[in-house]
Ligand binder design. Structure first.
Ligand SMILES: [Zn+2]
Length: 109
C-alpha cells in the first residue's frame, strides 16, 4: 500500500464531482486497497433516530475510494506524483518519482 494516513492525495478518476479534488487521507484499508479521503466521496445516508443521533435524518459520510484512483501530491514539487521506494540504512522510504524528494509520513501507525 503506497498510501499512508496523513498523505495529501488528488483524485484522478471516479465521480465527476470528486475528480481533481485534493484531500488528506484519514484512514487506509490495506486489505481492500482502499482509503478514506477527508471531504471526498461523500455518501448521504438516511438514518433512523438513534441514541447517538436522536434526530435521525441525512448523514454525510466519506466512503472509501480505491487507491488506484488516488495519487499522492508531492509536497516538494506540489504535483501529483508516482512514488518509488527508497532504501536508506535498510529502511524503506517513499520518494517522488518526479523530483526524488522523500514523501514524509505525517502519521506514525
Ligand atoms: Zn516531487
Amino acid at each position: 500500500m503506497h498510501l499512508k494516513k496523513g498523505d495529501t492525495v488528488v483524485v484522478i478518476s471516479g465521480r465527476k464531482e470528486d475528480r481533481g479534488k485534493t484531500g488528506e487521507v484519514t484512514r487506509t484499508f490495506p486489505k481492500e486497497g482502499k482509503a478514506i479521503v477527508a471531504g471526498i466521496n461523500n455518501k448521504v445516508r438516511h438514518t433512523k433516530p438513534s441514541m447517538a443521533n436522536p434526530q435521525g435524518g441525512r448523514i454525510e459520510r466519506e466512503a472509501p475510494l480505491p487507491v488506484a484512483k488516488l495519487m499522492v501530491v508531492c509536497q516538494a514539487c506540489n504535483k501529483p506524483s508516482r512514488l518509488k521506494a527508497m532504501f536508506v540504512d535498510n529502511k524503506k522510504f517513499r520518494a517522488c518519482k518526479r523530483c526524488g524528494e522523500q514523501i514524509p509520513e505525517k502519521v506514525k501507525d
